[in-house]
Design a protein around this ligand. Structure first.
Ligand SMILES: [Zn+2]
Length: 324
């Protein structure tokens, strides 16, 4: 297995080392979240070449209970910068071609304070049941002992009752306020995405997630935007073909069991409304798809979680290189 780097201190140390060693290829920018950690936006390209006309992709990881996309992004960046995976294996990627011809912005961890509060580096299914895991995710409801609720923003001077332990999915943004990073524009994630969109056009955006796949043997799936049916035909075609190519690539990963169906996000009610309100404008002009890799499950160990995430990133970059 390639080396797993997901803890904020380890991520920060590597980013700072790379920024010193590879200034031509890496621009490391950060916003400091309320908890004090830097939230990195890492732009990887050959910065000595004019980049406005290069195709560009953005990668991000909203949720702190889903660490494999951090490990995958760090290993991917390592290959582009150093020519090696984090464990020293020479890369198989066409790194010079990628650096010369694409602009990639990776946000390996949108909520490092949440990641730092997790009890494990990787959820491998050996220590926590899914119910225990979900209570780490959203917090412990004092009345049921199970997971607390999922809301866009909450204030611990207003909520009643409060969770016994605060869930790591939430990002603290002020003394008393917490947001779900994927569901509120005051999160570090959205502050970055909105700023990056002001700077240039992003041809593709890949949102990296993990979920539990309860009741199936599958371990990976692609999801289209909840407003897919209302997007321009050109974006629909781009998203569908890109998602299909990722699913096909996952079948070649040893242990990969991707879901064949590729469909728009199926949420209803309030959860759907959060996406419509916070992502609706972005869906109008951007190709954006979501990958989900199985989490907290013995049959999908951390190295497979990492490999499947990395494959989704690699295919996205290949789409840029192919001019699709
Ligand atoms: Zn997620």
């Amino acid at each position: 297995m390639s080396k797993w780097v997901s803890r904020p201190d380890d991520v920060d140390a590597l980013v700072e080392k790379w920024a010193d060693e590879f200034p031509q290829y890496l621009r490391a920018e950060s916003k400091t979240q309320y908890g004090g950690h830097p939230v990195w936006a890492l732009t990887v390209t050959d910065h000595e070449q004019e980049s406005d006309q290069k195709p560009a992709a953005m990668f991000f990881k909203p949720h702190a209970h889903e660490p494999a996309p951090i490990a995958a992004q760090m290993n991917f960046i390592s290959q582009l910068l150093t020519g090696q995976e984090l464990d020293g294996t020479p890369t198989a990627l066409p790194r010079e071609e990628i650096l010369a011809n694409t602009v990639l912005c990776l946000m390996p961890d949108a909520n490092p304070a949440g990641t730092a509060a997790a009890p494990v580096d990787a959820w491998d299914g050996s220590q926590y049941t899914n119910e225990e895991f979900w209570a780490w995710m959203r917090g412990i409801d004092p009345e049921t002992g199970k997971m607390w609720k999922r809301v866009d923003l909450w204030d611990d001077t207003v909520e009643e009752p409060l969770p016994l332990r605060y869930g790591i999915v939430y990002e603290q943004i002020s003394e008393h306020e917490y947001v779900e990073p994927n569901r509120h524009h005051r999160s570090s994630l959205f502050r970055w995405i909105l700023e990056l969109r002001e700077r240039r056009k992003w041809d593709r955006m890949l949102s990296l997630h993990q979920c539990e796949f309860t009741g199936t043997v599958e371990n990976a799936m692609m999801i289209l935007p909840c407003l897919y049916d209302e997007q321009p035909a050109e974006l629909q075609e781009m998203e569908s073909a890109w998602a299909r190519r990722i699913v096909e690539a996952w079948e070649e990963v040893p242990g990969g069991k991707p879901r064949q169906e590729i469909a728009p996000l199926g949420y209803t009610g309030q959860q759907r409304q959060y996406f419509v309100d916070r992502w609706g404008e972005i869906y109008k002009d951007s190709a954006i798809i979501t990958s989900e890799i199985r989490n907290n499950s013995l049959p999908c160990p951390p190295e497979l979680q990492q490999a499947l995430n990395e494959k989704a990133i690699e295919v996205t970059v290949a789409e840029l290189l192919d001019g699709n």
